[in-house]
Design a protein around this ligand. Structure first.
Ligand code: 5GP
Ligand code: ZN
Length: 141
């Protein structure tokens, strides 16, 4: 394993090192894709960087650049070019993150009942509020 120094002791780091078994779908030098052990629909996959970081923004660009092409390949192998699905990545316990190692879920949505259900309550905002938000973000880039 060439990335030992970048990998910690969390459950997904152990999966990358093969210390905990997993059903591997595919991997690259920088990413690893496997079946979720508690799927919310059949074919629920996880794609993780071979770099221990709890949050999305902590992952270096080269790992991020590697992970989406692998996710795409796995989604197609999973038959999802003919189906509907969600690509989901949670950051923080309030945002439903349980495992503190960045992971992208690929969740097939075969019907209304199975797969991801989203409660999407939208805010009512004015144009001025949107402009303030826009200014706040771009001044920090
Ligand atoms: P989160 O809620 O953190 O976004 O999702 C964590 C996911 O990891 C869950 O869907 C859970 O089923 C999965 N998971 C947790 N532990 C293991 C494990 O040991 N092996 C596998 N394959 N998946 C796991
Ligand atoms: Zn880890």
């Amino acid at each position: 394993m060439t990335h030992e120094h970048l990998i910690g002791d969390c459950i997904f780091c152990k999966i990358i090192r093969g210390e905990i078994p997993s059903l591997k779908v595919a991997e690259t030098e920088k990413s690893y894709c496997f079946l979720d052990i508690n799927p919310i629909s059949e074919g629920h996959l996880l794609v993780i960087p071979k770099y221990h970081g709890e949050f999305f923004h902590q992952i270096p660009d080269d790992y991020l650049a590697d992970i989406l092409p692998l996710a795409r390949k796995a989604a197609i192998a999973n038959g999802l070019e003919d189906g509907q699905y969600n690509l989901l990545q949670n950051n923080g316990p309030m945002a439903h993150q349980v495992v503190p190692h960045v992971h992208f879920h690929i969740i097939p949505k075969p019907n209304k009942e199975e797969g991801l259900t989203v409660g999407w309550s939208q805010l009512k905002v004015s144009q001025d509020q949107l402009k303030e938000t826009h200014a706040r973000i771009i001044q920090k880039l």
